[in-house]
Structure formats: C-alpha cells, structure tokens
Design a protein. Structure first.
Length: 360
C-alpha cells in the first residue's frame, strides 16, 4: 500500500463489544484505502487462512477511506487492522488500538511525485539531466529528486493533487518531503486538490492534474491493473523510505484470540509455501512490533503542528507561546527517541542506481 490503498486487515465482532475472555463468534476483516492498492480479492486467500487458523468465520469489509476505517475500530465494529502509519496513530490514540506486528516488505511510505512523460516538466527534466551529464556539474537537487527543479519552474501552472491528511505516503511524508525542499503545495501551485493514490495517478494520466503524489512501491501494481495509464507516467522525484505498515488490534480483544492472531501472522512466513503466497502481495512476512513503531510519524506530525501554529495569527500571544513551549518539549522527546528514524529498514544508498521504475 488494484483500486485502493490497503491500510487495514481487521478482525472484528460485527457491531458488538468484546467482553474479555468471551468467545468471538465472527471476525469482520476490513480492507481500507491502502498505499499498495490492494483489494478484497487480493486479501481473500489470507482471510480464508486466518479463518481456518482461528476457527472463526472471517468476512472482508471495505472502508471507503482512512477516516471510516479508524471510526470502525473506535466504535468496535472492527478489531484488528492493517493500517498505514499515520492512521495507526489515530487508532492508538482514539480507538483502543495496539500495534503487535508490522508487514515486512510493505514498502513503508516512500513518497514519489508523478507527471506525464509528455509534459513540460518531463521535457525540462530531460534537458536538465542532459546538461548535467554534458557539463559534469550537479543538478540543483540530487538526482533522486532532480524533477523538483522543473516542478519549481512551472509551479504557477501546475495543478497538483495529493491525498487526504490521514494518508501516510499520500500526505504526511510527502508534505514533509516537499517542505524540506521549500515547497508548500497549497501556496506554490496553481491548484492543490485531494484524491486517493490511484485517483492521483489516473488524474495525471488523463490530464486533469499535472503532477501528483503517489507511492513508489505501487507503480508496478498500477502497471498490472492499468498498463496503458501507467505507461504514460514518469516519476520525477521520490522521498526517503518510510517504515513498514503496522498491524493493529484493539487492546480489549480476548487474550487467547490475541495469541492466535500473533502466532498466525508471526509464524506465517516460516513456510516456503506461505512465502510464495505473499509474493503476490509484494510482502516478505510479518515482524513483531509495538506502539513505538509510529514514533517517527508522531515526530513529523509534531513538526507539522508547530509550523501551522507559528503561522496562526488568530491565537493570543500568551496562549500561542504556551502551546509552542509544549510542542517544543514533545518534539525534543520524540527526537530523543530517534526523530525521523525508521527502525527495521536499511538506510537508502543514493549512490547506487534507482529502481528501474523510479529512474528519471
């Protein structure tokens, strides 16, 4: 994280509350918009195996967006979920969520920026790269984000599309990535609209948007589901890789069911047969994790909150300073825990060639 960004694999009692130690009669598995563009059909085999392992009927349920998935967890309609990291923060804080695992190989939250191959931005990028090769002088930006230069140059004519604020690659990491390089989408571009990751890519291909946020790891998926559209697109920049997507359950699930779920997921990839099944999802397996997994995203959110607060002229000076002081302490605490450091992921070696689909 094919038509949506699967942020959730969730087990739940249908419209009922869980009593500790009580038997769970049915598990509803929620498939929310996700950053790998996975669908119910892609996840059905895994849901069937989960049903056999727990002895409980499992049903797939699709949430229309991240907010709906979060509310489903909060209201106890769903109980176990595969969320993007940004949404997981909300589920932990407001939905009795608890992280117990992460999806190894879920591509984390690597943001990329798409344009059409025949666009002015793409043509200018070719010229910039050709000149850099000819002269031996570096581009304005490092090669993995060289496309930001023509994006800057044409910003006032660019119709830009990003994702909802609860999306990780589609908003929080892309917002941080662009801000780091001096771009505020709301200010810099001719227009800035919101869509899902798939809608973003299709909007660029169809010409209703000039540039859009996407997720690097989902490009090969789009190439299979919409090959003609994918062939029109080009990645002009990518952000740093993020953490794997977490698996989150409600903390009030019965302990015996938690153990069954933990065993099912953490032992799943020990079988060569099961590893082969995960290949279709571009996953390697599942790793143990805790709520600390989302600390890097709490750090980004705190930085974003600070930037917005500093721009807000409607708050009384004393109140503003008090909030900034509290934020500064929170940011310092999170920085001490690693800041924007992603565990379980090797640092990106940008001296090596990019993946074929990401090469400018």
């Amino acid at each position: 994280m094919m038509t949506r960004f699967a942020a959730v694999l969730i087990a739940a009692l249908a419209f009922s509350s869980v009593v500790p130690g009580a038997e769970v009669p049915e598990l509803n598995v929620c498939v929310a918009p996700n950053e790998m563009l996975l669908t119910k059909q892609d996840l059905q085999p895994l849901a069937d195996e989960l049903s056999r392992a727990t002895g409980i009927p499992v049903r797939l349920f699709e949430a229309r967006d991240h907010a709906a998935a979060i509310e489903a967890m909060r209201s106890n309609q769903v109980q176990l979920g595969w969320f993007c990291n940004r949404a997981a923060v909300e589920v932990i804080d407001h939905g009795k969520g608890e992280i117990f695992a992460e999806i190894d190989g879920s591509n984390g939250d690597k943001t990329s920026i798409l344009v059409r191959k025949d666009s002015q931005v793409s043509k200018e990028l070719d010229q910039i790269l050709a000149k850099a090769k000819e002269t031996g002088k570096p581009t304005r930006f490092p090669v993995w984000i060289a496309g930001l230069e023509p994006l800057f140059n044409n910003a006032r004519d660019i119709r830009f599309q990003q994702c909802e604020p609860l999306s990780t690659a589609g908003f929080i990491t892309s917002h941080f990535f662009l801000a780091e390089n001096g771009i505020d989408p709301q200010v810099a571009f001719k227009s800035c609209t919101v869509g899902t990751l798939e809608a973003n890519a299709l909007a660029v291909a169809d010409g209703t948007a000039d540039a859009a946020v996407f997720k690097a790891g989902a490009l090969d998926v789009l190439a299979r589901t919409c090959p003609e559209k994918a062939a029109m697109l080009r990645v002009i920049g990518r952000g740093p890789g993020g953490g794997n997507d977490p698996l989150v359950w409600r903390s009030d699930l019965p302990d015996d069911l938690k153990q069954q779920l933990r065993t099912f997921f953490l032992d799943y990839a020990k079988s060569e047969t099961n590893r082969g099944k995960l290949t279709a999802l571009k996953w390697k397996g599942f790793l143990p994790a805790t709520n600390a997994h989302v600390n890097p995203y709490r750090y980004l959110l705190a930085l974003d909150e600070k930037a917005l607060l500093e721009k807000n002229s409607q708050i009384p000076a004393a109140d503003k300073q008090a909030k900034l002081t509290e934020l500064a302490k929170r940011i310092a605490d999170l920085k001490a825990l690693g800041g924007w450091h992603i565990p379980h992921r090797k640092p990106i070696d940008y001296s090596k060639p990019l993946e074929p689909q990401l090469t400018p």
